[in-house]
Design a protein around this ligand. Structure first.
Ligand SMILES: [Zn+2]
Length: 215
């Protein structure tokens, strides 16, 4: 019998095999983003670069939304503080519908290599943490085993917990995605990691926040 999924379950992300259904993609040109909707950096005003799009499913709870799109500013070499979840130099957009139409984008933005994504079966991170508590598994080994691209579960921090707080509820936001530079060499510090959180008290399309930490 399969166990019900909890907030402790995470789904490891990997490159989809040929002909395998994908649950999203890193890089390439985003789908369903009209030129008028293309996000611009709130700091420098430049069009942002597309990082990826992930679709909701049992592997990713988007609070009723169907897809999320991720963008980051690469226009100023980090001076816009693109690692900060609140500065507006990166963007998480939630979409009600899945629109796979291709529209033109700004000609000047950097385009990452497109990698279609699939997920592995869920991993129970609570069971892993119980092995730390009861079986003497070193915490650093447990955390190292979670240091990959994944949906849900707990964040593996490189420099301490920076979980954003819900604006309305003041409680912590929920991890939706942990992203590394291994599937696509995103232009954050090599071996850096990015984190996308959702505000459980915010039902708006702006409920997502992204931040990243360098290695
Ligand atoms: Zn910028």
């Amino acid at each position: 019998m399969t166990q019900p999924l909890t907030a402790w379950h995470s789904f490891s992300l990997r490159k989809a095999a040929p002909d395998e259904p994908s649950i999203g993609a890193y890089g390439g040109h985003p789908r369903g983003i009209r030129p008028s909707e293309w996000p611009r950096c709130a700091v420098c005003g430049a069009p942002m670069c597309h990082m990826g799009q992930l679709d909701a499913g049992e592997w990713l709870d988007l609070g009723g939304y169907a897809r999320m799109s991720l963008f980051i500013c690469h226009a100023t070499g980090g001076r816009c503080e693109d690692w900060d979840p609140w500065k507006g130099a990166n963007r998480v957009i939630l979409h009600k519908e899945i629109d796979n139409s291709l529209y033109d984008g700004p000609p000047t933005v950097r385009v990452y290599r497109r990698v279609l994504l699939a997920v592995d079966p869920p991993l129970d991170e609570l069971a892993l943490m119980m092995r730390v508590k009861k079986d003497g598994l070193p915490m650093r080994d447990a955390l190292r085993s979670l240091r990959h691209d994944k949906l849900g579960g707990g964040a593996v921090w490189l420099h301490g917990d920076s979980t954003p707080k819900s604006v309305a509820g003041q409680g912590p936001m929920t991890l939706a995605l942990q992203l590394t530079t291994s599937l696509v060499r995103f232009d954050i510090t090599p071996k850096g990691m990015a984190y996308v959180f959702l505000d459980p008290h915010d039902r708006s399309p702006e409920a997502g926040r992204m931040l990243w930490q360098g290695s």
